[in-house]
Design a protein around this ligand. Structure first.
Ligand code: ATP
Length: 369
């Protein structure tokens, strides 16, 4: 097992005026046994970071350490990490058994040990019956398991997973998600999983590392990142529908904080958010999660917003409403229990516990604590 540390690591493609900083001076420590998720929009540098850790991409600047040892110039094979790719990268002319055995044979492992490792992993992944087939004779989900199996038999110090679930249909994805979580729990091996799927990020990782434009924006446990996003990018990226972000103005009057949102007002005790008072007299962005909006007043201090219903999506266990603030203001979403008599175009008053409100600075986009 291994800890993995990046110290001010960059990857620069090209040179001179054409140079692209795909990864820009990132610092990160993945602890031994951790399940770390790299999450972010397309092109933010997730795969490049993973490939640098694997040794498939050189580190342009900074230091990469595995178990405290600098590995910038160490060959991929000697790093003892296994990578599983999105496209599985199986050898088409080899059986499943041979695909799994290949890396072990290269390392000169004895036949008997190879056989017993394959048998053990095939049982774990439920692919015993497929060992003599070739990749072309497998379904997408089976291929994915074999690719994972090929990594597992190596018993590496860490697993690097580059969007391995993205080619699977929704149902298989959810099954494999659960299996990977169980596998991590059983093996306890360090895993880094690259994804742009927020459900995978929220459910699989012990921590999430959110990236944007080659930089790390926030690192933390999924629930902490969800509850306390550091800026509007993270707030708007996690969850579907994401946090509602509404333009507002903050003032202090009569001993209370007053938020004006397109002609409506929310008041809350000054003492409840002492940090906010410093932003009085300024424009702010009000953040409110769709599940924190309710049809009835909630909590000790509740706020109301008058809205107009624009769309109703009944998903079964819940209903997502898209609304406009007032009659034709900013769009927002609410996640409500399934039953309700909602008509498009009707007015609806929604309530929020004021302890659930978030504020962001519109200039810096940072959270106002
Ligand atoms: P995705 O989710 O789409 O896979 P990603 O977050 O993994 O995206 P990377 O593949 O790491 O992103 O790419 C980061 C940036 O580096 C992108 O702007 C990409 O165009 C650029 N890039 C990646 N590989 C190269 C390369 N070989 N030459 C030049 N630019 C590259």
């Amino acid at each position: 097992m291994a800890s993995i540390e990046l110290r001010s690591v960059s990857r620069i493609f090209g040179a001179g005026a054409q140079a692209i900083r795909a990864v820009d001076r990132i610092d990160l420590r993945v602890e031994d046994g951790e399940f770390m998720i790299f999450l972010g929009p397309s092109g933010c540098g997730k795969s490049t970071t993973l490939r640098m850790i694997a040794g498939l991409e050189p580190v342009s600047e900074g230091e990469l350490l595995i178990d405290g040892v600098r590995v910038n110039d160490i060959d991929p094979a000697e790093r003892d990490l296994a990578i599983v790719f999105q496209n599985y990268a199986l050898y088409p002319h080899m059986s499943v058994r041979k695909n799994m055995a290949f890396g072990l044979k290269l390392r000169g492992m004895a036949e008997a040990e190879i056989g017993s490792r394959i048998a053990r992993v095939a049982e774990t992944l439920g692919v015993e019956a497929l060992l003599d087939r070739r990749p072309a004779q497998l379904s997408g989900g089976q291929r994915q398991r074999v690719a994972l199996g090929r990594a597992l038999v190596r018993e590496p110090r860490a697993f690097l997973l580059d969007e391995p679930l993205s080619n699977l249909d929704a149902k298989l994805r959810s099954v494999m998600r659960t299996e990977l979580i169980k596998l991590h729990r059983t093996l306890g091996t360090t895993m880094i999983h690259v994804t742009h799927d927020q459900v995978e990020a929220m459910t699989m990782g012990t921590r999430i590392c959110i990236m944007r434009g080659g930089e790390i924006v926030q690192v933390g446990r999924p629930q902490d990142v969800y509850r306390e996003p550091v800026d509007t990018f993270v707030a708007g990226f996690l969850a579907t529908p994401p946090m509602n972000l509404l333009p507002a103005r903050l003032d202090v009057a009569d001993g209370a904080l007053r938020l004006r949102i397109e002609g409506q007002e929310i008041a809350l005790p000054l003492a409840s958010r002492p940090g906010w008072a410093r932003h009085a007299g300024r424009d702010v962005i009000l953040g409110l999660r769709p599940e924190d909006l309710h049809e009835a007043p909630v909590g000790a201090a509740t706020a109301a917003l008058d809205c107009t219903i624009e769309t109703v999506e009944a998903l079964g266990p819940e209903t997502i409403l898209t609304l406009r603030l007032g009659r034709d203001g900013t769009e927002l979403a609410a996640r409500l229990p399934p039953e309700g008599d909602w008509r498009i175009g009707a007015a609806l008053r929604l309530h929020a516990d004021t302890s659930k409100l978030h504020l962001f600075d519109p200039e810096t986009t940072r959270s106002i604590p």
